[in-house]
Design a protein around this ligand. Structure first.
Ligand code: NAI
Length: 783
């Protein structure tokens, strides 16, 4: 192209980044890579090809790890972990800091290698991915430094298995490895099979940083390697980012295993444009929302929801912008859109668009499509109905599906009409409107007048089928730590048996359920007797079934207004419950003593009253945070209720246990469906009257009695339940985790671990964290 021609077209000339260094890094290793285990690279094993998606050429050959390799990696991590955790936070911080420095030092090599391997534009790997990787290690070096002082009650989990996808290979690695090792865990990480090279380069810098052997282990290969990690007995935690489908498989596979789990899954994030938005900025935002990384972003703004009055104008501006997008060699610094990761993904995108585009009007950027490699043009499909497959399915490609709305309420309705809940973007010049909408969106992240902003200080993660757990910020550390201290095994408690010659009780004293603020009879019409240790009949309780659970969940849904009440109001009601319990403390104490056959009843009632006061106190004090992110904005971490929480109450302290699960939940604005202690249900059924007299709105607290093993599946499998807690033993934990896979609800299970309900472990921040979602809301702020 001559200078004259350039002036005539004002087109960019090519500005290719050299691949020389990256290719020679690969060539120096003969193009064949083993695994990184115990601080050493193993000899290459069974090899598979890793290709450059922009050319289709083979870049390198990688080892498909065997189950024995995974075993070796887990053993190496196990061996290293104790010593690593025993170092001071400061010692660990120095290693993380060294890793951050080395990422910066080798940043160009990392960026070019990432682009070659993944197909993303070099502008993105150089200016976004790799700087954020370094930021993540710096930030978490700080977390390691502060751990001893700020998190004295929490400790590392042990060995973490981490499985990551191919869309941000090194960035996802840093999101996983940095917080894990900062807190004293050792890791076995599996990169995605399409994009493992930067993880292997990272292994090299672990050596350069002198990281103790075995703290980081990297095994390559396909989903079978992931499965071997997930099912390995010696792994304490699985952190997964990838498809909802595989997330669900992992949820089922880890059920009942005692492993912690966080899942960061798919999305179909709404991008809402109001008629008073700065339309040019909103168009530019869309380029970042859906064409950044070819739309292969879990939180991509892939559903455009635009106000009807400006829709045509906005679409026209958008098409004009699309006309200027440049697609081509990802190593060319002046291109906007690179290659999708693999022919498999290309085929998937093509098929989804071909199947769904007929419902709307298709527009594709007119940029030339390179003939070699996996390129898919930026695509806009307008006029879709909210139910169209393109509005519902995660495409994971550069495809924007659009629809319109009339009112803010309709915008929220369409935005929330999805099974996902990862992120959302709102554009309007009216800050009142954006901040009115933000809390109404079912998503873990909301961006106001901006999009796809990420930072190590700000929590990231979803609700609904987008998974659970947060990465980044203080909240992200929750996923890599557990309460400090030894744990006792839970001793199962059986109900006292019926005596051989039971006395006949003339009075019918069958306690019902408490559903929707009323006492309800069991649907099945069955009840069971409760006997004292001495063989006295204390009463009967109903035996709940699936239908009773459904009724209770429905009642909880009718009380949705509770989630919108103020913490101040909820505090008043909790104090009131405490006061009313206190007025009847003697009666409750006697009941507990009779049921359990002990003398601790008075102590238990006192502790329950105190606990109610504790959560009344917390109701308006579990503060969110304002995160100082390094860009023009602030990220607000807001605590929101989870929704409807199901719970299986413990047997060790039948009243205190129930209160310990109910009070933090309702203090944070949740509604609950609780199954009372199975052997000792009467303290719960007596408690109905306390609730009745304490102004608790109908449906906020629902209590049933019956067999936990029979109720676990219907409660944990119910799609209207957002989280399930169980303190009812290992079998129930396994059912709850397994059944929760349906809508990927959050679970909090005790497995076979006992909890001291009377001590500090019975209350506090751990409960509050489980009773809330952190929603990160990015708002413009400052210069
Ligand atoms: P995937 O979920 O299969 O792969 C993610 C990671 O999980 C890879 O490392 C893979 O090897 C591993 N894996 C696969 N099966 C496994 C198993 N049974 N147990 C343990 N690990 C396993 O994602 P895939 O097939 O690469 O992409 C398919 C679709 O998933 C995409 O089109 C997109 O819709 C979605 N996806 C979403 C991502 C996100 O960040 N939300 C990331 C990647 C894919």
């Amino acid at each position: 192209m001559t200078v004259k021609e350039i002036f005539e077209t004002m087109d960019y000339g090519p500005a290719p980044e050299s691949a020389k260094e990256a290719l020679s890094w690969i060539a120096d290793r003969d193009g064949k890579f083993g695994l990184y285990i115990g601080g050493k690279m193993t000899a290459p094993g069974d090899l598979f090809d890793s290709k450059n998606p922009a050319t289709g050429e083979v870049l390198a050959q990688l080892t498909q790890a065997t189950p024995d390799d995974v075993d070796a990696a887990v053993s190496a991590a196990r061996k290293a972990q104790r010593k690593w955790a025993a170092l001071s936070g400061h010692e660990r911080a120095k290693y993380l800091y060294a890793l951050a420095r080395l990422v910066q030092k080798h940043s160009r090599l990392f960026a070019v290698l990432e682009t070659l391997d993944n197909g993303k534009p070099i502008r993105e790997s150089r200016d976004i991915d790799i700087p954020l990787v370094a930021r993540h290690f710096y930030y978490h070096a700080g977390m390691a430094q502060l751990q001893d002082a700020e998190l004295p009650d929490r400790e590392a989990l042990g060995v973490c298995g981490q499985i990551i996808p191919w869309n941000f290979p090194l960035l996802m690695l840093s999101w996983k490895i940095a917080p894990a090792i900062a807190m004293g865990n050792a890791v076995v990480l599996k990169p995605a099979e399409y994009t493992s090279l930067t993880a292997l380069l990272f292994a090299q810098i672990c050596e350069e940083a002198g990281l103790p052997k075995g703290v980081v282990n990297i095994v390559t290969g396909d989903g079978r390697v992931g499965e071997a990690i997930v099912t390995h007995e010696e792994v304490d935690k699985i952190a997964f980012t990838g498809s909802t489908e595989v997330g669900r498989v992992i949820r089922r596979e880890t059920a009942g295993s005692g492993k912690s789990l966080t899942l960061e899954l798919g999305g179909k994030s709404p991008y809402i444009v109001f008629d008073d938005a700065d339309l040019d900025s909103a168009v530019e935002g869309l380029v970042d929302a859906i064409w950044f990384n070819q739309g292969q972003v879990c939180c991509a703004g892939s559903r455009l929801i635009v106000q009807e009055g400006i829709a045509d104008r906005f679409y026209a501006k958008l098409r004009a912008r699309m006309d200027k997008l440049r697609m081509g060699d990802p190593l060319d610094k002046s291109i906007d859109v690179g290659a999708v990761v693999d022919p498999v993904q290309h085929k998937r995108i093509t098929e989804l668009v071909d199947a769904g585009a007929g419902d709307g009007e298709l527009y594709q950027a007119p940029c030339p499509i390179p003939t070699a490699g996996c390129f898919y043009p930026p695509t806009l499909i307008t006029g879709l109905s909210p139910a169209s497959s393109l509005m519902q399915e995660e495409i994971f490609g550069p495809v924007l599906a659009a629809t319109t709305f009339r009112t803010p309420a309709e915008a929220v309705e369409i935005a929330n009409n999805t099974r996902y809940g990862l992120a959302a973007t709102v554009w309007s010049e009216n800050v009142n409107l954006t901040l009115d909408i933000a809390p109404k969106l079912a998503s873990g992240v909301v961006w106001v007048n901006g999009t796809n902003m990420f930072d190590a200080a700000a929590g990231f993660g979803g609700v609904r089928e987008s998974g659970f757990g947060r990465e980044g910020g203080w909240e992200g550390l929750q996923a890599y730590t557990k309460p400090r201290g030894a744990v006792k095994a839970l001793k199962p408690i059986a109900a006292f048996p019926a005596p051989k010659e039971a006395k006949v009780d003339a009075l019918d004293r069958t306690a019902k359920f408490y559903i929707g603020g009323k006492q309800a009879r069991p649907d099945g019409g069955y009840s069971q007797a409760v006997w004292s240790k001495q063989g006295d009949l204390l009463g009967h309780v109903g035996v709940a079934n699936r239908k009773d659970i459904r009724n209770a969940v429905e009642a909880a849904h009718t009380a949705a207004g509770w989630s919108k009440t103020t913490g101040h109001l909820r505090a008043q009601i909790l104090y009131y419950i405490g006061e009313n319990l206190s007025a009847r403390s003697g009666e409750f104490a006697a009941r507990i003593d009779a049921m359990i056959g002990g003398r601790n009843g008075a102590k238990e009632v006192d502790a329950a009253i105190s606990r109610l006061f504790t959560y009344a106190a917390w109701a308006d004090k579990y503060d969110g945070a304002a995160k100082p992110v390094p860009m023009r904005g602030v990220a607000l971490a807001m605590h929101e209720p989870v929704g409807v929480i199901g719970g299986f109450c413990p047997d060790e302290a039948p009243l205190l246990g129930l209160v310990s699960m109910m009070a933090p939940s309702i203090a944070m604005g949740n509604r609950v469906v609780l199954a009372a202690s199975e052997p000792f249900p009467l303290a719960a059924t007596d408690f109905y009257q306390v609730l009745d007299t304490s102004d608790v709105p109908a449906g906020v607290v629902n209590i049933v009695t019956g067999n936990h093993a029979e109720l676990a599946a219907p409660l944990a499998g119910h799609l209207g339940v957002d989280a399930v807690w169980t303190q009812s033993g290992a079998d129930i934990s396994a059912i709850v985790e397994g059944e929760s896979a349906g809508n990927l609800k959050r679970t909090w299970v005790n497995n076979a671990k006992a909890r001291d309900w009377f001590g500090p472990a019975g209350e506090g921040r751990e409960f509050l964290a489980h009773a809330t979602e952190v929603k990160t809301i990015w708002v413009p702020y400052g210069e």
